[in-house]
Design a protein around this ligand. Structure first.
Ligand SMILES: O=c1[nH]cc([C@@H]2O[C@H](COP(=O)(O)O)[C@@H](O)[C@H]2O)c(=O)[nH]1
Ligand SMILES: [Mg+2]
Length: 228
């Protein structure tokens, strides 16, 4: 059953920005010289995790001849080239602008670091992200002890709203299976917009599954409807 909400929390990578595709390119660029492949199965396990965890898992799963620290250094070089030209996902701008106009409190709950956030947002997307005033960076925030699928990030993100909403008042938007699990574990409802390669059986925990943010109808969750 769907219940009305008052506050909204957005994931970033793969939900608001096309940066999941860019992570795939970045990691594959590092792996190709070693003849290794960043498969979607491995990606699925890592989407939404904290960056240290990501590096450790890739190095160990693919038996790379480098340390996780070296992998992080190589990743940063790739990110500096790829992230500044990230694009907004379809429907993201319209939805955020609409909820802002209607005075709905909104926050960002991304597992990426603050440094990585700036690379992704600084050049093209500052205006739209300024409409999400309450931001939590899971790989930089000491209060986020464990990455998604653990609930920490959404609990910390909700605590930043000045009126301290209860978890059931918050609606989370996520693309990743780990993100949906994290939001549910925090006691929140979740709209999932998964990568089309995600098996349907892995989307069942979400409150609602959409192909695109463009299909979201705010009134389903008691939020003001679009007027155009
Ligand atoms: O292919 C991947 N994409 C994304 C991640 C991780 O997911 C985080 C982004 O998560 P979110 O969707 O919560 O912003 C990144 O910081 C990165 O560590 C990953 O490990 N592998
Ligand atoms: Mg995501």
């Amino acid at each position: 059953m769907v219940k009305p909400v008052t506050h909204v929390l957005f994931d970033m990578d793969g939900l608001l920005l096309n940066t999941e595709d860019l992570y795939t390119v970045a990691f594959q660029n590092i792996l190709s010289p070693y003849g290794k492949e960043y498969t979607f199965d491995l990606k699925l396990k890592l989407m939404g995790t904290q960056s240290q965890e990501t590096a450790r898992a890739i190095v160990s799963e693919l038996k790379l001849p480098m340390s996780p620290e070296e992998f992080i250094i190589e990743s940063k070089k790739q990110f500096e080239v790829l992230f500044p030209d990230s694009s907004l996902m379809p429907g993201a701008k319209r939805l955020i602008e609409h909820l802002h106009k209607k005075g709905i409190p909104m926050g960002l709950a991304t597992s990426s670091s603050e440094e990585s956030y700036h690379l992704k947002v600084h050049k093209h997307h500052q205006e739209i992200f300024s409409l999400l005033p309450f931001k939590t960076f899971g790989s930089s925030d000491p209060n986020v002890k464990k990455g998604k699928p653990h609930p920490d990030i959404f609990i910390v993100a909700a605590s930043k709203f000045p009126d301290h909403p209860k978890p059931e008042q918050c609606l989370v938007f996520e693309d990743a299976v780990n993100g949906v699990k994290a939001a549910k574990a925090a006691g929140m409802q979740v709209v999932m917009v998964p990568d089309p390669r995600v098996d349907k059986s892995l989307t069942e925990e979400a409150t609602l599954v959409l192909q695109s943010l463009e299909h979201f109808k705010p009134e389903i969750f008691g939020l003001p409807p679009f007027e155009d």
